[in-house]
Ligand binder design. Structure first.
Ligand SMILES: NC(=O)c1ccc[n+]([C@@H]2O[C@H](COP(=O)([O-])OP(=O)(O)OC[C@H]3O[C@@H](n4cnc5c(N)ncnc54)[C@H](OP(=O)(O)O)[C@@H]3O)[C@@H](O)[C@H]2O)c1
Length: 432
């Protein structure tokens, strides 16, 4: 009997549980793919006294040494999350000659370059398909299938929680706090939703995607970020009347060799494929010189879909191990200038609450014009008779972020302006 390929897990929670179940349920099929059986060795957890389905108690450990000193563990699968201790454990696994598979977007976005170079230095592989888009294959297509292309843009919906919330706001006409409470009740949002609603999670994933797509070094702080918590049901309604759907869009482009990376609630024209991606689904749209446009869509989270991506990496490494092929470093990356938001160009949606009196519109239009922000359309959506206020919605032609924010500052300080409620980018030709 030929030796099995030993696999140990760091973490046996939501995703780890899915991996354990999927490994047990397809033993023979996996052995057929690899040429040897995959054997689950140990799982590292915080609480080893709690029973976990599919793995005996004596295979649970709270000590990373139990895994690092196990000669039969050849592949370590990190499914704990967070930067530390995940970074240290992955580093130790790689330096001890183990191949590593991870689903951890935070550690890959913040420390991926160091980890990949540690892997290369030790002749082992570090794979991270599940770190972006859950079950959607995207890391492998960017690393392999699209490598012959020059990729011009990455546009993605990569946070299921916020996409669920924005879809609910749009379908039910409900406000942000209502849908957040509902998402938390259904388990789609964490008790502390900050990482999702502030776009932090999406920024981690976008940093990973931009690094791979453009072969550049990107960190999460290179991503300009705006969350969804200030959006109102009115913005969703007004956008829809203008022919747009609001999505938390993660966008990356290389413009004249400089990186433009943003996560922001964005008006997406209703006819575009990403406008139709609803609920907890994710989608990643790639534009490239040879292939044109491709869209990858599917479940961006969940135990079984994420296990699908994790096990794809495990099977890939195991097949290489059996075939005696191991080292496959990623193409080199270069550091490029990151454009600050003042230098981004986009079309914009602007909602302003004003005193309902003559001449207000002209003053706002004048302030925009003075800063060379050209108005594409203006609609007065409603007036509150009691408050004697009106709500004006402008859309602009392409404008520079710096010029726009100076104009918005000027508009916000006008005595007739009660509030600049929302300033959101819009998809459209020429954004950069
Ligand atoms: N959930 C998804 O749908 C999804 C999708 C894509 C990617 N991911 C990524 O997959 C990873 C795991 O997510 P998850 O949802 O499975 O998380 P989870 O349910 O919270 O599970 C985390 C597991 O790691 C263990 N753990 C955490 N910190 C530890 C430590 N310091 N020492 C030892 N064990 C530790 C926990 O042990 P105990 O069980 O004893 O607490 C638990 O088994 C994260 O990086 C996440 O971003 C998740």
């Amino acid at each position: 009997m030929v030796d099995a390929v030993g696999v140990s897990l760091l973490g046996a929670g939501n995703v780890g549980g899915g991996v354990i179940t999927a490994l047990a349920g397809a033993r023979e099929r996996h052995a057929g793919h690899v040429g040897r059986a995959l054997e689950l060795r140990f799982a590292l957890v915080r609480d080893a006294n709690r029973d976990r389905e599919g793995i005996p108690r004596d295979r649970l450990t709270t000590d990373i040494e139990a895994i690092l000193s196990d000669p039969q563990t050849q592949i370590v699968v990190e499914l704990m999350g967070g930067e530390q201790p995940a970074f240290d454990y992955i580093t130790r696994a790689l330096t001890s000659g183990r191949h590593v598979v991870t689903a951890n977007k935070e550690v890959m976005a913040k420390r991926g370059a160091e980890l990949l170079s540690t892997a290369a230095a030790h002749g082992v592989r570090l794979l991270y398909e599940a770190s972006v888009g859950g079950g959607i294959p995207i890391i492998s297509p960017l690393s392999r299938d699209l490598l012959a292309n020059e990729i011009t843009s990455v546009t993605a919906i990569i946070n299921g929680t916020t996409n669920y919330m924005l879809t609910a706001m749009s379908k039910q006409g409900a406000d942000y706090s209502e849908v957040l409470a509902e998402a938390q009740r259904l388990g789609y949002a964490e008790p502390d939703p900050t990482a999702d609603v502030d776009g932090i999670d999406a920024a981690y994933k976008l940093a990973i995607l931009c690094g791979l797509a453009f072969h550049v070094e990107v960190l999460p702080e290179d991503v300009t970020r705006q969350g969804i918590s200030r959006l109102t049901a009115r913005d969703i309604l007004y956008a829809s009347e203008l022919g747009y759907t609001i999505k938390l869009l993660a966008t990356g482009r290389l413009v004249d060799g400089e990186l433009v990376a943003t996560v922001a609630p964005t008006l997406v024209a209703s006819g575009e494929p990403l406008a139709k991606v609803d609920g907890v689904l994710n989608a990643i749209q790639i534009e490239a010189d040879l292939v044109g446009r491709v869209v990858f869509e599917g479940p961006g989270a969940g135990s079984a879909p994420t296990a699908s991506a994790v096990l794809a990496d495990v099977l890939d490494v195991a097949r290489d191990l059996v075939a005696g092929r191991v080292e496959r470093p990623e193409p080199a990356r270069r550091r490029v200038r990151v454009r600050p938001p003042e230098e981004h160009r986009s079309r914009f949606y602007i909602r302003v609450t004003v005193a309902d009196q003559a001449g207000v519109l002209a003053r706002i239009a004048g302030a925009l014009g003075e800063h060379e922000v050209s108005i594409a359309s203006m609609i007065q959506f409603e007036a509150d008779a009691d408050e004697r206020t009106a709500e004006l919605v402008f859309t602009t032609h392409l404008a520079g972020g710096g010029a726009l924010s100076t104009a918005i500052e000027q508009i916000g300080s006008m005595d007739v302006v009660r509030e600049v409620g929302a300033v959101l980018p819009m998809t459209g030709l020429g954004a950069r």
